[in-house]
Design a protein around this ligand. Structure first.
Ligand SMILES: Cc1cc2nc3c(=O)[nH]c(=O)nc-3n(C[C@H](O)[C@H](O)[C@H](O)COP(=O)(O)O)c2cc1C
Length: 212
C-alpha cells in the first residue's frame, strides 16, 4: 500500500515538473520569437534606408511588402520583393529586391529604390559572389559605382541608353570587369520598365502576410 502511495507521489511530482518545464520552454520560445522578429524588422529598416535618399515617409516599410512569386516580369527567376513607401497615406516610393542574372560568378541580388515618378533614389547590392578587386566594386563600400544611378530614370537616359558604355549605353562599367556591371544595369533597366508598367497595381495590392 505504501509502495502504491509512493509511486503515485513520484508520478505526480514528475508530471508537475514536466508541466513547469513545458510552460518555461513555451514562454522562452514566445519571448525569443518576438525579439528575433523585432531585430529582423529593425535590420530590414536599416538596410532599406540607404536606397531611399531624399524620400520622406511615415510608414513602417516592412509592413508594406509584396512578395512576387515567379514566374514574373521582374529580373531573376526567384522571388522578387517590393516594399511600398507612403507619406500621409500617399505612395511616395517603391523598393525592389530582385536578382540580376549572369554576373561573372552567378546571380547578384540588388535593392533598387525609386520615387513615385520612377526616379532612382538609390541602389545597393544585397548579395553577390563577384571577384574581390574586380566585380565587387559594385558594392558601395568598395567604390562609388552604385551612386551614378541616383536621380536617373527611364527617359534619363532614354531606355536604349540604359546600358554600360561598352554596350552603347551611358553608364560607367568597371575596367576589366564589365560582366558584373552589365548584369546589374540590365536588371535595373528591366525593374524600372516594370515599375512604369505596373505602378498602379503595385500600390493597390494588399501586403503579403509574413506566413505567405
Ligand atoms: C580570375 C578572374 C576573375 C574575374 N572576375 C570578374 C568579375 O568579378 N567580374 C567581371 O565582370 N569580370 C571578371 N573577370 C574578367 C572577365 O573574364 C572579363 O575579362 C571581363 O569581365 C570583361 O571585361 P572588359 O570588357 O572590361 O574587358 C575575371 C577574370 C578572371 C581571370
Amino acid at each position: 500500500m505504501k509502495t502504491a502511495q509512493s509511486v503515485i507521489k513520484s508520478g505526480t511530482t514528475l508530471a508537475l515538473i514536466a508541466a513547469i518545464c513545458t510552460t518555461l520552454v513555451a514562454a522562452t520560445y514566445e519571448l525569443t520569437t518576438e525579439r528575433i522578429a523585432a531585430n529582423e524588422k529593425s535590420l530590414l529598416e536599416k538596410s532599406l534606408q540607404p536606397v531611399l535618399a531624399g524620400v520622406i515617409y511615415d510608414t513602417d516599410i516592412g509592413e508594406s511588402r509584396l512578395v512576387i512569386a515567379p514566374p514574373h516580369d521582374l529580373p531573376g527567376s526567384d522571388e522578387a520583393l517590393i516594399y511600398r513607401v507612403y507619406f500621409d497615406e500617399q505612395p511616395v516610393a517603391a523598393l525592389f529586391a530582385v536578382t540580376a542574372r549572369n554576373g561573372y560568378s552567378g546571380s547578384i541580388r540588388i535593392l533598387l529604390g525609386v520615387d513615385f515618378d520612377g526616379v532612382v533614389t538609390g541602389l545597393r547590392i544585397l548579395q553577390h559572389r563577384e571577384t574581390p578587386g574586380l566585380g565587387d566594386k559594385i558594392v558601395s563600400a568598395r567604390s562609388d559605382w552604385v551612386y551614378q544611378f541616383d536621380g536617373r530614370s527611364i527617359g534619363d537616359p532614354d531606355v536604349t541608353a540604359w546600358a554600360i558604355r561598352g554596350d552603347g549605353g551611358e553608364f560607367d562599367q568597371l575596367t576589366g570587369a564589365s560582366i558584373t556591371p552589365r548584369a546589374v544595369v540590365n536588371a535595373m533597366r528591366d525593374t524600372l520598365i516594370y515599375y512604369e508598367a505596373h505602378r498602379d497595381e503595385i500600390f493597390s495590392l494588399p501586403s503579403t502576410e509574413d506566413n505567405q
